[in-house]
Design a protein around this ligand. Structure first.
Ligand code: GDP
Ligand code: MG
Length: 441
């Protein structure tokens, strides 16, 4: 998608006369790219109209950066579509909340239930899991296994076949045990059938959930809108979680799910493991969807921050995509030199937004300083390597000793490095003008 939009915008920047026709041509190509990325047709059309309204032809004609103007318009439109305008219910500690998970079989409910519980457990909640899936053989075993691994209390039955009964018993049990986040996993079916929706309705009626989370597999493509709508019509869906974002999913389905349920996406699943779970953040997601990673804004910012004489070198490194620990160190230093870090970091797609959560700038800053202290104990060879595998136990121990930190912390820093490196590698191939003139990007 990023490539297609980029080429449409590129054409636009090459046209000397911008008239309605040229803009329409460009929008048509962008439309095609969005459809290809599984954004549903009505949404694409709505967006197209909105962009036309925002983009002022006169401004375009006079503007030096046509591409940037349209890019910004697309970006802000997509962000708007992902924001239903009201936040999802969020559970309070020490006050029992019931959260019910719904979705088709295979969407990732059971996996996501555990991730959701685990996430909150780490934040100090007392979660518990209830298996109300009596449809699929092995459903209870799966939940039990997950829950045991995460040390989360669970409830279920091998013999009871009434999901409503189990759900109610489970919720009552955990309320008595003062759990503050009681999660009810329900069954799915292969298709959207009446029996599934009836069962969901009954479980919801009996357990009175504070929040119903609709779990959707990101790879279902254009079917997303209808599926999300069908669920919303049967139960009061209040939030969405999109799973399997680690695969080849294009992500456009998230927009459809929000539009159909009028509920926000709260998390995305990025793998099968318990911690492969990210708080959903609109801007980085849209950047990822557009494939632009908001790099243009990021590069602008870098220009402001990085001393002029270092810019060409850094840009060269960026475009090569080889992200060494030394580059990370330099970037950390640059970031510490400027105002609120979150502003810059929030522009990095994906990983970084998590490293620097909003409202936690102070902690993040302390963390970055800690990381830098550890890197100060590294050898040149280590700093210039982009191969984290070289850090064997003895190297990690040396670094820990040298910086007065724990080996565990060194490992954590290397994990962070790996995440940033992965993200950075997406920069590979990005054509950065040698003269450093970003306006042409
Ligand atoms: P349910 O039928 O809705 O309960 O779905 P499950 O939780 O059993 O998940 C179905 C399959 O999808 C399992 O093999 C999970 O490991 C896998 N899965 C769930 N979430 C993710 C994810 O975010 N990424 C990947 N790669 N696999 C996932
Ligand atoms: Mg399941």
């Amino acid at each position: 998608l990023g490539g297609q939009i980029a080429s449409a915008l590129q054409k636009m920047s090459n046209v000397t006369i911008i008239d309605e026709k040229a803009l329409n041509e460009c929008l048509k190509e962008i439309t095609r790219a969005l459809l290809h990325s599984d954004v549903s047709f009505p949404l694409v059309r709505e967006m197209q109209n909105n962009i036309k309204k925002i983009v002022n032809l006169e401004e375009l004609a006079a503007g030096h950066n046509k591409r940037r103007i349209i890019e910004q318009a697309i970006f802000s439109e997509l962000c708007k579509m992902l924001d239903p305008g009201k936040p999802a219910f969020s559970p309070k500690k020490a006050k029992p909340s019931v959260v019910m998970f719904v979705g088709l079989q295979g969407a990732g409910k059971t996996t996501t239930c555990t991730k959701y519980a685990y996430y909150h457990q780490k934040k100090g909640y007392k979660p518990a899991l209830v298996c109300a899936d009596t449809f699929r053989a092995g459903a209870f075993d799966q939940l039990k296994q997950n829950a045991t691994k995460a040390r989360i209390p669970f409830y279920g039955s091998y013999t009871e076949s009434d999901p409503v009964k189990i759900a109610v018993e489970g919720v009552d049990t955990f309320k008595k045990e003062n759990c503050d986040l009681i999660i009810v996993d329900t069954s799915g079916r292969h298709k959207q059938e009446a029996t599934l929706f009836e069962e969901m309705r009954q479980v919801a009626e009996a357990t009175k959930p504070d929040l119903v989370i609709f779990v959707m597999d990101s790879s279902i493509g254009q079917a997303a809108f209808d599926q999300a709508q069908a669920f919303k019509q049967s139960v009061a869906v209040g939030a969405v979680i999109i799973t399997k974002m680690d695969g080849h999913a294009k992500g456009g389905g998230a927009l459809s799910a929000v539009a159909a349920t009028k509920s926000p996406v709260i998390f995305i699943g990025t793998g099968e493991h318990m911690d492969e779970f990210e708080v959903f953040d609109v801007k980085p997601f849209v950047s990822r969807l557009l494939g632009m990673g908001d790099w243009s804004g990021f590069v602008d910012k870098l220009q402001d921050v990085v001393p002029k004489d270092q810019q060409p070198e850094l840009l060269e490194k960026l475009s090569q995509g080889n992200f060494t620990l030394r580059i990370m160190y330099d970037q950390f230093q640059n970031l510490l030199n400027m105002g609120p870090l979150s502003e810059v970091f929030s522009m990095l797609p994906g990983a970084a937004a998590q490293m620097m959560p909003k409202g936690h700038e102070k902690e993040s800053q302390a963390k970055i300083k800690r990381y830098m202290t550890m890197m100060d104990s590294m050898t040149n060879e280590e700093l210039d390597s982009s191969n984290p595998k070289m850090f064997n136990e003895s190297r990690m121990m040396r670094i820990a000793r040298g910086s007065g930190r724990m080996v565990r912390e060194v490992m954590e820093m290397l994990e962070e490095y790996k995440r940033l490196a992965k993200m950075w590698s997406k920069m590979k191939g990005l054509k950065i003008p040698k003269n450093g003139d970003m306006s042409a990007l």
